[in-house]
Design a protein around this ligand. Structure first.
Ligand code: RIB
Length: 301
């Protein structure tokens, strides 16, 4: 059975720069890399690289980027029957700055991603209804995300929601309808309005969501690993120490690997451990999808 990723696709325009320019300032950056990205696309590619059957549901523009984006999915074995071009709009584009501390700043111009609509879920119902799992993020319209969650619930398909980029417009009742809700610390802070500097603060913020009825909450914390909370159960999973060069797309690597591992044997804790290792490895390479390990390379780590 295949994992269905319903989400975004972007063209990443990455500048590697020691300093980010101030208003009115022009600076020279060290390096540029263009690649296929978008949180949904990255998650689909990570799961496919690890060996899962994956279908992508996305919208691209009618511009020069579209065919390359579709070909890129196909090169990883991701099914593109439901990746469609929208005429008169641009593909999603993401200018990204990666600084000397390997931290990123990302702007997204959603373009065609805004055109993935609830009716498109219904139109693909035959295919989606056979999925083993649905993965969602927030770079497509919220109504589409909500409709996909309802579709998953109606059809008994587990749903993973990665609330990225976070928005306070997200209806947390829908988060509670998902089997797994996976924010990073910053997203947790935005969604709850609570500080997340310490692990105690993260637990306090997480409790706000868990008290609303969230089933499984996984908070990713970069080099500090991840927290898992489910009812009375909690677990802290640490991350291996690595030399980071670019953290862009690490969260997506986590989601793709988590979904792949979970769909193999249903073991949540093992899936989190694997996802941390996979995401940690991704920060040692530049770019988003270009930094993801194949199943063979990951097994050899
Ligand atoms: O999570 C990283 C991704 O965020 C990038 O690929 C960029 O396209 C944005 O969607």
């Amino acid at each position: 059975m295949e994992i269905a990723v319903i989400g975004s696709s972007m063209v990443d325009l990455i500048a590697y720069t020691d300093e980010v320019p101030k208003a009115g300032e022009t600076l020279e950056a060290k390096e540029f890399q263009m690649g296929c990205g978008g949180k949904g696309a990255n998650q689909a590619v990570a799961a496919a690289l690890l060996g899962s059957e994956v279908m992508m549901m996305a919208r691209v523009g009618d511009d020069a980027f579209a065919d390359n984006t579709i070909a890129n999915f196909q090169s990883f074995g991701v099914n593109t029957d439901h990746v469609e071009k929208v005429s008169g709009v641009s593909s999603g584009v993401a200018p990204i700055w990666v600084d000397k501390d390997s931290q990123n700043r990302i702007l997204i111009i959603p373009g065609a991603n805004k055109h993935l609509l609830p009716a498109d879920i219904d139109a693909a119902a035959d295919r989606l209804g056979k999925a083993s799992m649905i993965i969602l993020q927030l770079e497509i319209p919220l109504e589409t995300v909500y409709h996909a969650i309802d579709f998953g619930n109606t059809n008994g398909i587990p749903v993973i929601l990665n609330p990225a980029p976070a928005t306070t417009a997200l209806d947390l009742d829908y988060a509670c309808k998902c089997d797994f809700f996976v924010p990073n610390e910053t997203e947790l802070e935005i969604l709850t309005g609570m500080p997340v500097e310490t692990e105690e603060q993260i637990h306090a913020a997480a409790d706000i969501l868990l008290n609303k009825g969230l089933k499984n909450l996984v908070v990713t914390m970069g080099e500090k690993g991840a927290l898992w909370m489910h009812g009375e159960e909690t677990g802290h999973f640490s991350a291996p120490s690595v030399d980071a060069v670019d953290t862009t797309g690490a969260g997506d690597a986590f989601i793709g690997c988590f979904a792949h591992s979970l769909s193999q044997d249903g073991d949540i804790q093992r899936a989190i451990e694997q996802a941390i290792r996979y995401a940690s490895h991704s920060v040692t390479g530049k770019g988003t999808q270009t930094s993801y390990a194949s199943a063979e390379a990951f097994a050899a780590l």
